[in-house]
Design a protein around this ligand. Structure first.
Ligand code: SF4
Ligand code: SF4
Length: 232
């Protein structure tokens, strides 16, 4: 049997993810001795492939799946769907799958910062120069081989050039006023009537105020789904 090249392997992964609205977002390779996630046999991975959504790309495939599931996919339907989609891709590629929802907790945000050179926004989530705050990571694959760098590599940081920072002024709880995200202020507001009728019903007003990547804004149903999943 011919062993696929690394580029062929990445193309196969891209093709397997596409029907599910998921994308190969980038790769990270680890130097000898560097902290790396474990493979199934206990060796450190040489590379990981990051998998995620861009804008509302996963919403329709996920919603279709959920409509056909008992109990609408369970208590954590998006995590359950991600595992059902990504585990077979990992198996076919000879990789191990990692998930943000499962221990041992992997540094997904750091991996994304390395893979795509993203930086954090005042909301604490990573901002992409094209997709803005409308993207996410659903899993990763670990390999025993070094994979080439791929995916979009960001240049610059949108928040550096954003003088007025509308994300901060849009928050009714002033949760970004100190320059970092105050989770407590945010959640306290969400528990109020105003919060229930505002951010919880329509999505985070700060996220919505960001001018970057507006074309990738999540659909209304997805916004409500993510807000409803928050622990309040
Ligand atoms: S509004 Fe400006 S500062 Fe806030 S996340 Fe968007 S680009 Fe960054
Ligand atoms: S969800 Fe609402 S209260 Fe929380 S950070 Fe966003 S705008 Fe502020």
């Amino acid at each position: 049997m011919t062993v696929p090249s690394a580029d062929e392997l990445l193309e196969t992964i891209r093709a397997a993810l596409a029907p599910h609205g998921l994308f190969l977002r980038g790769t990270v390779s680890f130097a000898d001795g560097e902290e790396a996630p474990m493979l199934a046999d206990g060796r450190p991975a040489a590379s990981i492939v990051l998998i995620g959504n861009i804008g509302g790309s996963l919403w329709e495939p996920f919603s279709r799946w959920r409509d056909g599931e008992p109990a609408r996919g369970g208590a954590d339907p998006l995590d359950n769907w991600s595992k059902q989609v990504i585990r077979p891709v990992a198996e076919a590629a000879g990789a191990i799958a990692y998930f943000p929802s499962d221990p041992p907790w992997q540094p997904f945000q750091q991996w994304a910062m390395r893979a795509e050179r993203l930086k954090t926004s005042p909301l604490g989530i990573l901002i992409h120069p094209q997709y803005g705050l409308w993207h996410g990571y659903r899993g990763a694959l670990g390999f025993d081989q070094v994979l080439p760098r791929t995916g979009s590599i960001s240049v610059g940081h949108p928040c550096d050039a954003c003088v007025e920072k509308p994300c901060s002024s849009a928050c009714p709880a002033d949760a970004l006023a100190a320059g970092t995200f105050d989770v407590g202020r945010c959640r306290t507001h969400l528990r109020t009537q105003a919060g229930a009728g505002g951010c919880l019903a329509h999505g985070c007003l700060s996220r919505d105020a960001c001018p970057v990547g507006r074309d990738y804004r999540y659909p209304a149903q997805q916004l409500r789904f993510h807000m409803a999943a928050l622990s309040l």
